[in-house]
Write a protein that binds this ligand. Structure first.
Ligand SMILES: [Zn+2]
Length: 436
Protein backbone atom coordinates (compact mmCIF):
# COMPACT_ATOMS: atom_id res chain seq x y z
CA UNK A 1 0.00 0.00 0.00
CA UNK A 2 1.32 3.42 -0.93
CA UNK A 3 0.30 7.05 -0.99
CA UNK A 4 -0.84 6.53 -4.55
CA UNK A 5 -3.58 4.19 -3.26
CA UNK A 6 -4.74 6.98 -0.96
CA UNK A 7 -4.66 9.44 -3.85
CA UNK A 8 -6.82 7.07 -5.87
CA UNK A 9 -9.36 6.88 -3.02
CA UNK A 10 -9.42 10.68 -2.76
CA UNK A 11 -9.90 11.04 -6.50
CA UNK A 12 -12.67 8.45 -6.56
CA UNK A 13 -14.40 10.21 -3.66
CA UNK A 14 -14.26 13.55 -5.45
CA UNK A 15 -16.04 11.96 -8.40
CA UNK A 16 -18.62 10.13 -6.28
CA UNK A 17 -22.19 11.39 -5.83
CA UNK A 18 -23.59 8.47 -3.80
CA UNK A 19 -23.91 10.46 -0.55
CA UNK A 20 -25.58 13.43 -2.22
CA UNK A 21 -27.98 11.22 -4.19
CA UNK A 22 -28.95 9.08 -1.18
CA UNK A 23 -29.42 12.20 0.94
CA UNK A 24 -31.97 13.45 -1.58
CA UNK A 25 -33.76 10.12 -1.30
CA UNK A 26 -33.74 10.31 2.51
CA UNK A 27 -35.05 13.88 2.61
CA UNK A 28 -37.75 13.42 -0.03
CA UNK A 29 -38.99 9.85 0.48
CA UNK A 30 -38.49 9.51 4.25
CA UNK A 31 -38.62 13.12 5.41
CA UNK A 32 -38.51 14.21 9.04
CA UNK A 33 -37.64 11.35 11.41
CA UNK A 34 -38.06 12.34 15.02
CA UNK A 35 -37.34 9.54 17.50
CA UNK A 36 -40.51 7.59 18.19
CA UNK A 37 -42.31 8.82 15.06
CA UNK A 38 -43.56 6.96 11.97
CA UNK A 39 -40.92 8.90 10.05
CA UNK A 40 -38.20 7.20 12.07
CA UNK A 41 -39.65 3.77 11.20
CA UNK A 42 -39.57 4.73 7.50
CA UNK A 43 -35.96 5.82 7.98
CA UNK A 44 -35.00 2.43 9.44
CA UNK A 45 -36.51 0.60 6.46
CA UNK A 46 -34.76 2.97 4.03
CA UNK A 47 -31.44 2.60 5.86
CA UNK A 48 -31.49 -1.20 5.63
CA UNK A 49 -32.16 -1.15 1.89
CA UNK A 50 -29.57 1.54 1.14
CA UNK A 51 -26.91 -0.32 3.14
CA UNK A 52 -27.52 -3.45 1.06
CA UNK A 53 -27.41 -1.37 -2.11
CA UNK A 54 -24.03 0.05 -1.01
CA UNK A 55 -22.55 -3.44 -0.81
CA UNK A 56 -22.73 -4.29 2.89
CA UNK A 57 -22.31 -8.04 3.47
CA UNK A 58 -24.71 -8.02 6.39
CA UNK A 59 -27.28 -5.55 7.69
CA UNK A 60 -29.14 -5.70 10.99
CA UNK A 61 -30.93 -3.56 13.58
CA UNK A 62 -30.54 -3.32 17.36
CA UNK A 63 -33.19 -2.03 19.78
CA UNK A 64 -32.82 1.27 21.62
CA UNK A 65 -35.28 2.54 24.24
CA UNK A 66 -36.01 6.19 23.47
CA UNK A 67 -38.28 8.93 24.82
CA UNK A 68 -41.52 9.42 22.89
CA UNK A 69 -42.35 13.11 22.58
CA UNK A 70 -44.84 14.69 20.20
CA UNK A 71 -45.21 18.34 19.26
CA UNK A 72 -48.86 18.64 18.21
CA UNK A 73 -50.15 22.05 17.21
CA UNK A 74 -48.67 25.17 18.69
CA UNK A 75 -49.07 28.90 18.54
CA UNK A 76 -48.28 32.03 20.54
CA UNK A 77 -49.69 35.52 20.39
CA UNK A 78 -48.75 38.84 21.92
CA UNK A 79 -52.14 40.12 23.07
CA UNK A 80 -51.17 43.68 23.75
CA UNK A 81 -50.58 46.49 23.92
CA UNK A 82 -49.59 45.92 20.27
CA UNK A 83 -50.84 42.50 19.17
CA UNK A 84 -48.87 40.20 16.86
CA UNK A 85 -48.31 36.47 16.33
CA UNK A 86 -45.15 34.88 17.65
CA UNK A 87 -43.14 32.52 15.47
CA UNK A 88 -42.32 29.78 17.93
CA UNK A 89 -41.70 26.07 18.43
CA UNK A 90 -41.83 23.98 21.59
CA UNK A 91 -38.48 22.64 22.76
CA UNK A 92 -38.14 18.85 22.54
CA UNK A 93 -39.13 17.01 25.75
CA UNK A 94 -41.03 20.06 27.03
CA UNK A 95 -44.49 19.55 28.47
CA UNK A 96 -47.29 21.49 26.78
CA UNK A 97 -49.70 24.06 28.13
CA UNK A 98 -52.32 21.43 28.97
CA UNK A 99 -56.08 21.80 28.62
CA UNK A 100 -56.00 25.56 29.07
CA UNK A 101 -53.68 27.96 27.27
CA UNK A 102 -51.19 29.90 29.37
CA UNK A 103 -51.66 33.65 29.39
CA UNK A 104 -49.33 35.95 31.33
CA UNK A 105 -47.17 39.04 31.24
CA UNK A 106 -43.62 38.63 29.94
CA UNK A 107 -40.51 39.24 32.03
CA UNK A 108 -37.61 39.59 29.57
CA UNK A 109 -34.09 38.96 30.88
CA UNK A 110 -30.75 38.75 29.15
CA UNK A 111 -29.34 35.82 31.07
CA UNK A 112 -29.45 33.65 34.20
CA UNK A 113 -27.72 36.38 36.25
CA UNK A 114 -30.39 38.94 35.41
CA UNK A 115 -33.12 36.43 36.28
CA UNK A 116 -31.47 35.86 39.65
CA UNK A 117 -31.38 39.61 40.34
CA UNK A 118 -35.02 40.01 39.32
CA UNK A 119 -36.32 36.71 40.72
CA UNK A 120 -39.00 38.43 42.81
CA UNK A 121 -40.58 39.83 39.62
CA UNK A 122 -40.97 36.42 37.94
CA UNK A 123 -43.89 34.86 39.84
CA UNK A 124 -46.85 34.18 37.58
CA UNK A 125 -45.04 35.46 34.49
CA UNK A 126 -43.64 34.04 31.27
CA UNK A 127 -39.87 34.45 31.51
CA UNK A 128 -38.14 35.25 28.20
CA UNK A 129 -34.39 34.59 27.98
CA UNK A 130 -32.85 36.78 25.27
CA UNK A 131 -29.13 36.06 25.60
CA UNK A 132 -26.61 37.16 22.99
CA UNK A 133 -25.11 34.39 20.82
CA UNK A 134 -21.85 33.34 22.47
CA UNK A 135 -21.29 30.12 20.55
CA UNK A 136 -23.49 27.03 20.66
CA UNK A 137 -22.01 25.42 23.76
CA UNK A 138 -22.63 28.47 25.91
CA UNK A 139 -25.92 29.75 24.47
CA UNK A 140 -27.60 26.34 24.44
CA UNK A 141 -27.71 26.37 28.27
CA UNK A 142 -30.86 28.51 28.11
CA UNK A 143 -32.64 25.97 25.92
CA UNK A 144 -31.62 23.02 28.11
CA UNK A 145 -32.01 24.59 31.56
CA UNK A 146 -34.10 27.74 31.04
CA UNK A 147 -37.46 26.21 31.97
CA UNK A 148 -36.32 24.91 35.37
CA UNK A 149 -34.46 28.16 36.17
CA UNK A 150 -37.60 30.18 35.40
CA UNK A 151 -39.86 27.74 37.27
CA UNK A 152 -37.73 28.05 40.43
CA UNK A 153 -38.63 31.77 40.43
CA UNK A 154 -42.35 31.02 40.08
CA UNK A 155 -42.71 31.55 36.31
CA UNK A 156 -45.59 29.76 34.55
CA UNK A 157 -43.82 29.28 31.19
CA UNK A 158 -40.49 30.02 29.54
CA UNK A 159 -39.56 31.43 26.14
CA UNK A 160 -36.03 31.58 24.75
CA UNK A 161 -34.37 33.38 21.87
CA UNK A 162 -33.66 30.66 19.30
CA UNK A 163 -30.15 29.23 19.68
CA UNK A 164 -28.63 30.54 16.45
CA UNK A 165 -26.13 33.11 15.29
CA UNK A 166 -28.25 34.30 12.37
CA UNK A 167 -31.98 34.42 11.79
CA UNK A 168 -34.34 34.94 8.90
CA UNK A 169 -37.49 34.48 10.93
CA UNK A 170 -37.39 30.74 11.72
CA UNK A 171 -37.57 29.36 15.27
CA UNK A 172 -35.06 26.64 16.24
CA UNK A 173 -35.95 23.61 18.38
CA UNK A 174 -33.64 21.19 20.24
CA UNK A 175 -33.82 19.31 23.51
CA UNK A 176 -34.34 20.47 27.09
CA UNK A 177 -34.19 18.84 30.51
CA UNK A 178 -36.33 19.30 33.59
CA UNK A 179 -34.42 19.53 36.87
CA UNK A 180 -35.79 17.39 39.71
CA UNK A 181 -36.05 20.34 42.09
CA UNK A 182 -38.30 22.60 39.99
CA UNK A 183 -41.90 22.50 38.74
CA UNK A 184 -42.27 21.39 35.10
CA UNK A 185 -43.30 24.41 33.02
CA UNK A 186 -43.47 24.51 29.21
CA UNK A 187 -40.65 26.05 27.16
CA UNK A 188 -40.65 27.23 23.55
CA UNK A 189 -38.17 29.03 21.32
CA UNK A 190 -39.23 32.22 19.55
CA UNK A 191 -37.34 33.69 16.61
CA UNK A 192 -34.42 36.00 17.30
CA UNK A 193 -36.55 38.80 15.81
CA UNK A 194 -39.53 38.09 18.10
CA UNK A 195 -37.29 37.77 21.16
CA UNK A 196 -35.64 41.11 20.45
CA UNK A 197 -38.99 42.85 19.94
CA UNK A 198 -40.52 41.40 23.10
CA UNK A 199 -37.39 42.38 25.02
CA UNK A 200 -37.59 45.95 23.69
CA UNK A 201 -41.30 46.13 24.54
CA UNK A 202 -40.47 45.21 28.13
CA UNK A 203 -37.70 47.83 28.26
CA UNK A 204 -40.16 50.43 26.97
CA UNK A 205 -42.42 49.59 29.89
CA UNK A 206 -45.17 48.24 27.62
CA UNK A 207 -45.74 45.13 29.80
CA UNK A 208 -46.58 42.76 26.91
CA UNK A 209 -49.01 39.92 27.64
CA UNK A 210 -48.60 36.63 25.76
CA UNK A 211 -50.93 33.68 25.22
CA UNK A 212 -49.36 30.29 24.53
CA UNK A 213 -50.98 27.14 23.12
CA UNK A 214 -48.53 24.23 23.09
CA UNK A 215 -49.79 20.67 22.59
CA UNK A 216 -46.32 19.18 23.19
CA UNK A 217 -46.54 15.96 25.16
CA UNK A 218 -44.26 13.41 26.77
CA UNK A 219 -45.69 9.95 26.12
CA UNK A 220 -43.25 7.66 27.88
CA UNK A 221 -40.81 5.43 26.05
CA UNK A 222 -40.78 3.39 22.85
CA UNK A 223 -38.33 1.10 21.09
CA UNK A 224 -36.45 2.47 18.08
CA UNK A 225 -33.48 0.83 16.36
CA UNK A 226 -29.87 1.51 15.49
CA UNK A 227 -29.23 0.29 11.95
CA UNK A 228 -25.90 -1.43 11.29
CA UNK A 229 -24.27 -2.56 8.05
CA UNK A 230 -20.97 -4.31 7.72
CA UNK A 231 -18.41 -4.83 4.98
CA UNK A 232 -16.29 -7.79 6.03
CA UNK A 233 -12.54 -7.29 6.06
CA UNK A 234 -10.38 -9.44 3.77
CA UNK A 235 -7.32 -9.82 6.02
CA UNK A 236 -8.29 -8.82 9.56
CA UNK A 237 -12.05 -9.26 9.68
CA UNK A 238 -12.01 -9.40 13.48
CA UNK A 239 -10.83 -5.76 13.64
CA UNK A 240 -13.58 -3.15 13.18
CA UNK A 241 -13.41 0.40 11.88
CA UNK A 242 -16.77 1.96 12.80
CA UNK A 243 -18.14 4.97 10.92
CA UNK A 244 -21.50 6.57 11.59
CA UNK A 245 -23.92 9.41 12.18
CA UNK A 246 -27.42 9.72 13.60
CA UNK A 247 -30.49 8.65 11.65
CA UNK A 248 -33.03 10.62 13.70
CA UNK A 249 -33.74 14.30 13.04
CA UNK A 250 -35.94 17.02 14.46
CA UNK A 251 -39.49 17.26 13.19
CA UNK A 252 -39.48 20.79 11.73
CA UNK A 253 -37.50 19.91 8.59
CA UNK A 254 -36.02 16.90 6.83
CA UNK A 255 -32.75 17.01 8.77
CA UNK A 256 -30.58 17.38 5.68
CA UNK A 257 -27.42 18.70 7.33
CA UNK A 258 -28.36 17.33 10.78
CA UNK A 259 -27.62 14.56 10.30
CA UNK A 260 -28.70 13.27 6.91
CA UNK A 261 -25.29 14.25 5.58
CA UNK A 262 -23.56 12.32 8.38
CA UNK A 263 -25.27 8.99 7.71
CA UNK A 264 -25.03 9.21 3.93
CA UNK A 265 -21.36 10.25 4.09
CA UNK A 266 -20.55 7.39 6.46
CA UNK A 267 -22.12 4.89 4.08
CA UNK A 268 -20.57 6.46 0.97
CA UNK A 269 -17.12 6.42 2.60
CA UNK A 270 -17.50 2.74 3.53
CA UNK A 271 -18.69 1.95 0.00
CA UNK A 272 -15.58 3.64 -1.45
CA UNK A 273 -13.46 0.91 0.17
CA UNK A 274 -15.07 -1.49 -2.32
CA UNK A 275 -14.56 0.59 -5.45
CA UNK A 276 -12.18 -0.26 -8.28
CA UNK A 277 -11.66 -3.83 -7.12
CA UNK A 278 -10.51 -2.84 -3.64
CA UNK A 279 -11.61 -4.62 -0.50
CA UNK A 280 -10.82 -3.32 3.02
CA UNK A 281 -8.38 -5.33 5.13
CA UNK A 282 -10.48 -4.75 8.24
CA UNK A 283 -14.24 -4.90 8.74
CA UNK A 284 -15.95 -1.58 8.11
CA UNK A 285 -19.05 -1.23 10.28
CA UNK A 286 -21.50 1.55 9.39
CA UNK A 287 -23.83 2.58 12.22
CA UNK A 288 -26.88 4.83 11.82
CA UNK A 289 -27.73 5.76 15.41
CA UNK A 290 -31.20 6.20 16.89
CA UNK A 291 -32.28 9.19 18.96
CA UNK A 292 -29.17 11.32 19.21
CA UNK A 293 -31.23 14.50 19.28
CA UNK A 294 -33.17 13.81 22.45
CA UNK A 295 -30.23 12.58 24.50
CA UNK A 296 -27.67 10.37 22.74
CA UNK A 297 -29.59 7.13 23.34
CA UNK A 298 -28.36 5.21 20.27
CA UNK A 299 -24.69 5.75 21.09
CA UNK A 300 -25.02 4.54 24.66
CA UNK A 301 -27.14 1.55 23.60
CA UNK A 302 -24.48 0.54 21.04
CA UNK A 303 -21.76 0.59 23.72
CA UNK A 304 -23.87 -1.54 26.08
CA UNK A 305 -24.70 -4.06 23.33
CA UNK A 306 -21.07 -4.35 22.17
CA UNK A 307 -19.06 -4.23 25.40
CA UNK A 308 -17.99 -7.84 24.84
CA UNK A 309 -16.33 -6.94 21.55
CA UNK A 310 -15.06 -3.49 22.52
CA UNK A 311 -11.46 -4.62 21.93
CA UNK A 312 -12.31 -5.48 18.33
CA UNK A 313 -13.06 -1.79 17.59
CA UNK A 314 -9.82 -0.17 16.39
CA UNK A 315 -11.24 3.21 15.32
CA UNK A 316 -14.61 5.00 15.53
CA UNK A 317 -15.52 7.91 13.24
CA UNK A 318 -18.54 10.23 13.38
CA UNK A 319 -19.89 12.97 11.13
CA UNK A 320 -22.46 15.25 12.81
CA UNK A 321 -21.54 18.83 12.03
CA UNK A 322 -23.26 19.20 8.68
CA UNK A 323 -22.15 18.44 5.13
CA UNK A 324 -20.33 21.69 4.38
CA UNK A 325 -16.80 21.95 2.93
CA UNK A 326 -14.35 19.62 4.73
CA UNK A 327 -11.89 21.14 7.20
CA UNK A 328 -10.11 18.17 8.80
CA UNK A 329 -10.56 15.94 11.81
CA UNK A 330 -11.01 16.28 15.54
CA UNK A 331 -9.22 13.38 17.22
CA UNK A 332 -10.27 12.04 20.62
CA UNK A 333 -7.13 10.09 21.48
CA UNK A 334 -3.71 10.44 23.08
CA UNK A 335 -1.51 13.16 21.57
CA UNK A 336 0.77 10.62 19.87
CA UNK A 337 -2.26 9.22 18.05
CA UNK A 338 -3.43 12.71 17.04
CA UNK A 339 -0.02 13.34 15.47
CA UNK A 340 -0.07 9.93 13.79
CA UNK A 341 -3.51 10.54 12.27
CA UNK A 342 -2.36 13.96 11.04
CA UNK A 343 0.64 12.41 9.30
CA UNK A 344 -1.31 9.47 7.84
CA UNK A 345 -3.98 11.74 6.38
CA UNK A 346 -1.71 14.56 5.20
CA UNK A 347 -2.58 14.00 1.51
CA UNK A 348 -6.22 14.86 2.38
CA UNK A 349 -5.19 18.48 2.96
CA UNK A 350 -5.64 19.01 -0.77
CA UNK A 351 -9.39 18.89 -0.07
CA UNK A 352 -9.19 22.18 1.86
CA UNK A 353 -6.05 24.12 0.97
CA UNK A 354 -5.15 26.63 3.75
CA UNK A 355 -7.91 25.29 6.01
CA UNK A 356 -7.11 21.63 6.71
CA UNK A 357 -6.31 20.80 10.34
CA UNK A 358 -6.16 17.62 12.36
CA UNK A 359 -6.37 18.53 16.05
CA UNK A 360 -7.24 17.02 19.40
CA UNK A 361 -10.91 17.29 20.34
CA UNK A 362 -14.23 15.51 20.81
CA UNK A 363 -15.22 12.78 18.35
CA UNK A 364 -19.02 13.01 18.58
CA UNK A 365 -22.06 12.33 20.74
CA UNK A 366 -22.69 8.84 19.34
CA UNK A 367 -19.16 7.42 19.16
CA UNK A 368 -17.97 9.39 22.22
CA UNK A 369 -18.91 6.59 24.65
CA UNK A 370 -16.62 4.20 22.70
CA UNK A 371 -13.79 6.75 22.68
CA UNK A 372 -14.15 7.18 26.43
CA UNK A 373 -13.97 3.39 26.75
CA UNK A 374 -10.59 3.36 24.97
CA UNK A 375 -11.20 3.29 21.22
CA UNK A 376 -9.50 6.11 19.27
CA UNK A 377 -12.32 8.40 18.10
CA UNK A 378 -12.39 10.84 15.22
CA UNK A 379 -14.91 13.57 14.41
CA UNK A 380 -15.27 14.75 10.82
CA UNK A 381 -14.88 18.55 10.75
CA UNK A 382 -16.45 20.90 8.22
CA UNK A 383 -16.77 24.65 7.67
CA UNK A 384 -19.31 25.41 10.38
CA UNK A 385 -19.95 29.05 9.51
CA UNK A 386 -23.37 28.40 7.95
CA UNK A 387 -24.50 25.60 10.23
CA UNK A 388 -26.32 27.28 13.10
CA UNK A 389 -28.46 29.44 10.82
CA UNK A 390 -30.12 26.16 9.71
CA UNK A 391 -29.64 23.93 12.74
CA UNK A 392 -32.87 22.41 14.20
CA UNK A 393 -35.05 24.77 12.15
CA UNK A 394 -37.44 24.39 9.20
CA UNK A 395 -34.58 25.58 6.97
CA UNK A 396 -32.44 22.41 7.36
CA UNK A 397 -33.38 21.07 3.93
CA UNK A 398 -31.74 19.34 0.96
CA UNK A 399 -31.46 22.49 -1.15
CA UNK A 400 -28.92 23.80 1.40
CA UNK A 401 -26.51 20.95 0.64
CA UNK A 402 -23.85 21.33 -2.04
CA UNK A 403 -23.08 18.26 -4.19
CA UNK A 404 -19.42 19.19 -4.63
CA UNK A 405 -18.93 19.58 -0.88
CA UNK A 406 -20.58 16.19 -0.31
CA UNK A 407 -18.13 14.57 -2.73
CA UNK A 408 -15.20 16.28 -0.99
CA UNK A 409 -16.49 14.98 2.37
CA UNK A 410 -16.84 11.49 0.92
CA UNK A 411 -13.19 11.73 -0.16
CA UNK A 412 -12.14 12.96 3.29
CA UNK A 413 -13.83 10.18 5.28
CA UNK A 414 -13.06 7.46 2.73
CA UNK A 415 -9.42 8.59 2.72
CA UNK A 416 -9.26 8.50 6.51
CA UNK A 417 -10.68 4.96 6.64
CA UNK A 418 -8.29 3.81 3.92
CA UNK A 419 -5.24 5.43 5.56
CA UNK A 420 -5.90 3.71 8.90
CA UNK A 421 -6.94 0.40 7.34
CA UNK A 422 -3.63 0.03 5.54
CA UNK A 423 -1.66 0.10 8.84
CA UNK A 424 -0.45 -3.34 9.89
CA UNK A 425 -0.91 -2.53 13.58
CA UNK A 426 -3.93 -0.53 14.75
CA UNK A 427 -3.62 2.90 16.41
CA UNK A 428 -2.80 2.84 20.15
CA UNK A 429 -5.88 2.71 22.34
CA UNK A 430 -6.79 5.76 24.45
CA UNK A 431 -4.90 5.97 27.71
CA UNK A 432 -2.24 3.46 26.67
CA UNK A 433 0.56 5.68 25.33
CA UNK A 434 1.22 7.17 28.76
CA UNK A 435 1.23 10.78 27.64
CA UNK A 436 -0.91 13.78 26.98
ZN1 LIG B 1 -26.91 16.12 14.89
Amino acid sequence: MTDSDLSAVIQAGLEDSFAYDKLGELCDTVGARLAGSDGYERAVAWAQSVMKEAGCDSVWTEPVTVPHWTRGREWGRVLGPVPFDLDLCAIGLSDGTGDRDIEAEVLAVRDFDELERRADEAAGKIVLFDPPWEGYGKTVRYRVGGASAAARCGAVACLIRSVTDRSLGAPHTGMMRYADDAPRIPIAAVTVENAARLHRMCERGLEPRVRLHLEARNRGEVINHNVIGEIRGSEKPEEIILVGGHLDSWDLATGAHDDGTGVTLALAAARMQLQQGRRPRRTIRVVFYACEEMGGYGGRAYLEAHRQELDRHVLVIESDGGGFAPRGFSVQADSAVVARVAALTAPLAMLAPDHWTVRPGHSGVDVGPLAEAGVPGIGHRVDGSGYFALHHSAADTYDKVDPGEMSANTAAIAGLIHAVDRLDEPLSRNGTTGGE
